[in-house]
Design a protein around this ligand. Structure first.
Ligand SMILES: NC(=O)c1ccc[n+]([C@@H]2O[C@H](COP(=O)([O-])OP(=O)(O)OC[C@H]3O[C@@H](n4cnc5c(N)ncnc54)[C@H](OP(=O)(O)O)[C@@H]3O)[C@@H](O)[C@H]2O)c1
Length: 203
């Protein structure tokens, strides 16, 4: 059985998007700078036809390649799905589970890249684990991470720290209802334009 991991880019002050995020302004006011590291290197890497070609440093490319190899299934919240325009039907990882209160009917079809989960995060992780087999389930949005932490479902947290202070926006660690959780650092890589950090939850 693989692990349940998390991965997102975060500003040094803990935001995954600036204020006023939405379909018209993806990562919100000032938030696009979070992703500068994806487009400022010399190594091209594709994470799927629904996402732009990345150009990252060789250090970051190795990390992304590892993540692609161990990817078994991904879990996103509906807000990111909507902001990304459903990635044009090509999510950055497949299979893709989307947690929502109501499934968008245009994507509910026999052959769809998305499975919509309307009965909560525990169900989403269970279904994603079944799909992933021996590979990892990757949680890719803040609200899903928070709920997974509250429910004791996470094994590892990987964050790519962008050299940026956003001041306000969507907080990575919000709405937590946990007892203190000890972490073991498993990665700290200072790559050009980004610091890759990884932690294992001590259980
Ligand atoms: N920095 C990065 O690496 C990065 C990467 C991707 C995205 N982003 C940005 O990060 C932000 C993500 O925001 P977020 O984490 O607050 O939102 P999110 O997880 O993408 O989506 C939250 C939505 O998911 C649905 N949902 C979540 N939990 C649910 C549950 N238990 N039951 C039913 N539905 C549930 C609800 O939508 P409904 O009620 O509408 O169903 C909820 O409003 C966006 O601005 C996005 O653009 C950043």
């Amino acid at each position: 059985m693989g692990k349940v991991t998390f991965n997102m880019t975060v500003s040094l002050d803990g935001f995954v998007a600036g204020p006023n995020d939405g379909p018209e302004k993806g990562l919100g006011d000032g938030g696009d700078a979070l992703f500068n590291w994806y487009f400022s290197g010399d190594t091209e890497i594709s994470i799927g036809s629904g996402s732009p070609m990345l150009k990252v440093s060789s250090q970051s490319a190795r990390i992304i390649k590892d993540a692609i190899e161990t990817y078994g299934a991904g879990v996103w919240g509906r807000k990111t799905f909507d902001i990304a325009g459903a990635w044009g039907g090509h999510p950055p990882g497949s299979p893709a589970f989307i947690v929502t209160h109501s499934a968008p009917q245009e994507w509910v079809k026999e052959v769809s890249p998305f499975t919509f989960v309307t009965d909560g995060v525990e169900s989403a992780i269970r279904q994603a684990k079944n799909a992933a087999g021996d590979k990892d389930v990757v949680v890719c949005t803040a609200s899903i991470l928070q709920q997974c932490l509250n429910a004791g479902l996470m094994d590892e947290i990987h964050i790519d720290v962008a050299p940026l202070l956003l001041g306000k926006g969507v907080r990575l660690f919000d709405h937590l209802d946990i007892k203190p959780i000890e972490l073991e650092r498993i990665r700290a890589i200072a790559a050009p334009g980004v610091t890759h950090l990884g932690f294992r939850l001590v259980k």
